[in-house]
Design a protein around this ligand. Structure first.
Ligand SMILES: C[S@@+](CC[C@H](N)C(=O)[O-])C[C@H]1O[C@@H](n2cnc3c(N)ncnc32)[C@H](O)[C@@H]1O
Length: 219
């Protein structure tokens, strides 16, 4: 996916972005990634398949490490879940969960059917379907702080006030001199966000601030 000319072009606009502001993807294509995908079925397919493919590895790790986290949930929305493979895997492992996959209409239109999962075409910046829990993987890093707060406020509305759960699977940047084998991928993903979206990777402090502003942590 990353070698496709459509996804390479924004990398040539990074210095222009630093000088002028704006997003590299829209400088290269005249619109944001989600708009181009909605008009171009080839880009839509490449992106959705690319996401589904890398997700298989991450979902295996999430399901083997977050076991108890899914136990008390009866319904789960995968917010911006792409073509729905992740929530389908969660439902396969926890068949008592009713799975809902929310994504934009052009994405949901190409999604396969999965047992126990319903697809909902919608815009998470407007509203998120109600459920016991919301799962968001690789989503908030696509957005600037202002849009993240809007999304988080919609999450808060969609889940029960006392027992609701929000499960975020995203990168946490390190701020100290700590070095580990994931340093390169953290930096690479931050650059990918700069090239393809208006988002970025965030430190623990930055995550906390977003969650507070979204009403999900006490201020
Ligand atoms: C980086 S992909 C991640 C997909 C999936 N969560 C995963 O981890 O593979 C971002 C997803 O957000 C969806 N998306 C973008 N804007 C959206 C919106 N306003 N409402 C719902 N989904 C949106 C895109 O269509 C895409 O499927």
């Amino acid at each position: 996916m990353q070698n496709n000319p459509c996804f390479v072009a924004p990398w040539r606009c990074l210095s222009q972005c630093i000088k002028e502001g704006g997003t590299a993807f829209s400088k290269a294509h005249g619109c944001e990634l989600w708009d181009l995908a909605s008009r171009n079925p080839e880009v839509n397919g490449i992106f959705n398949e690319g996401m589904a493919c890398t997700s298989k590895i991450v979902m295996r790790a999430i399901l083997s490490h977050y076991k108890d986290g899914f136990n008390n949930i009866r319904s789960l929305v995968d917010a911006a879940g792409g073509i729905g493979g992740h929530v389908a895997e969660i439902v396969r492992a926890y068949p008592h969960i009713k799975g809902i996959n929310l994504d934009l209409p052009h994405v949901v239109a190409t999604a396969p059917k999965y047992e126990g999962v319903s697809h909902v075409a919608g815009n998470m910046l407007d509203a998120i379907p109600n459920a016991d829990a919301i799962f968001m993987k690789r989503i908030l890093h696509d957005w600037n702080d202002e849009s993240c707060v809007e999304i988080l406020r919609n999450c808060k509305i969609a889940i029960p006030e006392k027992t609701g759960k929000l499960i975020i699977a995203d990168i946490v940047l390190k701020t100290d001199d700590h070095c580990d084998k994931f340093d390169d991928i953290r930096m690479a993903m931050d650059l990918v966000m700069f090239a393809l979206t208006c988002g970025k990777e965030r430190t623990e402090q930055e995550w906390k601030k977003l969650l507070e502003e979204g009403g999900l942590l006490p201020l």
